[in-house]
Structure formats: C-alpha cells, structure tokens
Write a protein that binds this ligand. Structure first.
Ligand SMILES: [Fe+2]
Ligand SMILES: [Fe+2]
Length: 243
C-alpha cells in the first residue's frame, strides 16, 4: 500500500506577461505532491502565446501534469493550439477522455453551465436555449465516457465547471447558470469516484458534496488565496493505492 499525493489548482489565468509569476507556487507543489491536476482557465484569453508562458513556468514542476481547459482557454477559439502547446510540454489535456497516473484514474472534461437542481435549464423553447442546455448534456456524456474507461481503485473527476451548487454558493445567484450544471453530477454519482475537482467559481466555496456524498473541491486560485491568505493557493489530497 502506498500513498499518492495529488495537488489541485485551477484558474491560473496565465497572461503573456506572467513570466515568473508561478515560480513559488510550482516549486511548493513540487515539494508537496506526486501529481498535479489543473482544473481549467490555464490561460486568460485562450492564446497559444499565454500557454507558452505557462509551460515555461511549468517546467519547474517535476511530476505528471493533467489538465482540462476552461472557458477562458476557449475564448479566442484557438483551444486546439492552446492544448497542443500544453501537450508538447508533456501536459495530459483531457477532453472527454481518461488517463491513469501512479495508479489513480483521472476522467476529465471541461463541463458547461445550465444551473442546478430544480431550476436547471431544460432544452425547451428557442433554438439557442436548447443548444445551451444540450451543451451541458454533451459534456456530461463526455465525462461519463471517460469514467467508463477507468478500472483503477481511485477515480478522480476533473472539470472546470461545477457539478453541484454547494461549491458555487457565495457567487451572485444571477450567474449560477453560467458556473456549472447538475447534469455533470449524474455520471459522478454512478461511478465510485473518490473526489471531484473543479474551478471557475472564483467567489464560490472550497468544499461540497454530490447528492451521493462524493466530495467536491473548488480549487479556484482566487478562492484559495482568499480562504487561506497565509498559504500558496493549491490543495493536496492523499490517496492510498495498492502497490
Ligand atoms: Fe477562471
Ligand atoms: Fe472559468
């Protein structure tokens, strides 16, 4: 039996002038963990140049890195290039697929909005609203497909948008539908997921649970900075794995 230390961060929003900005964060992560998961918004405007700055910063991280993109990473419609820059630097970018690192299975998808519970958006009425609701369904299916592929003892669901309202609470209620979707919670509840990681809700809460009790962590950097002002903005969870 061994222990894998999983570091979690999100919402780095790396810009073209962020050189050096992440050095202390990444060297602390290198000391504290065995694998790093990044839950989206790696860049600020979704530019390959921003991703290039980030991968130079990430060269300090001497461990496997797994990421999903966020809404900021698709802002310039250049997400394929952004993902390629990251992949060329060895980052495993998941978009409806899965990977296994040190015995931990990671299923990743960006996710989407639509809101939570009884007030979640339904695909009804105008075409554009149907498309909006359907996008969350598509992302939930991607996550489900990725989870299906894994046979590891531990499953981690990595996404940018929130699957539950609890880790969004604290944000203005008017923007809840743009912060996550209950549809993402369905596949998580159907698999033996150990933990769920997301970002995006910079003003949300750090911890919540799905309706089946799976822990959900919002690791948005601005939120962690506010919550733990005397620490660097990342979290580490230890998962026990059989040798
Ligand atoms: Fe963000
Ligand atoms: Fe975001």
């Amino acid at each position: 039996m061994g222990t894998v230390r999983v570091a979690l961060i999100a919402d780095l929003h790396c810009t073209k002038s962020s050189q050096g900005a992440f050095q202390s964060l990444f060297s602390a992560i290198t000391e504290a963990a065995d694998v790093l998961l990044i839950a989206g918004d790696l860049t600020d405007y979704g530019l390959p140049e921003e991703a290039a700055v980030l991968v130079r910063e990430l060269s300090a991280v001497r461990m496997p890195v797994v990421a999903v993109l966020g809404n900021h990473d698709v802002e310039s419609s250049r997400q394929a290039e952004v993902a390629q820059v990251l992949k060329d630097a060895g980052v495993n970018v998941l978009d409806g697929d899965a990977c296994e690192v040190l015995g931990i299975g990671i299923a990743g998808a960006k996710g989407f909005g639509g809101g939570f519970g009884k007030r979640a958006l339904a695909p009804w009425g105008e075409k554009v609203l149907k498309e909006f609701a359907r996008e969350a369904v598509e992302e939930a299916l991607k996550l489900e497909k990725a989870l299906t592929r894994l046979r590891t003892q531990h499953l981690v669901a990595l996404m940018h948008y929130a699957p539950v309202q609890e880790t969004v609470d604290g944000e203005p209620p008017e923007i809840y539908p743009f912060l996550g979707s209950s549809r993402l919670e369905d596949p998580i509840n159907r698999f033996p997921v150990s933990l769920v990681v997301h970002g995006h809700a910079h003003q949300g809460r750090i911890e919540g649970k799905t309706s089946k009790g799976v822990p959900v962590y919002n690791v948005s950097m601005p939120l962690l900075t506010r919550t733990f002002p005397d620490r660097l903005p990342f979290r580490v969870f230890e998962l026990a794995v059989s040798a």
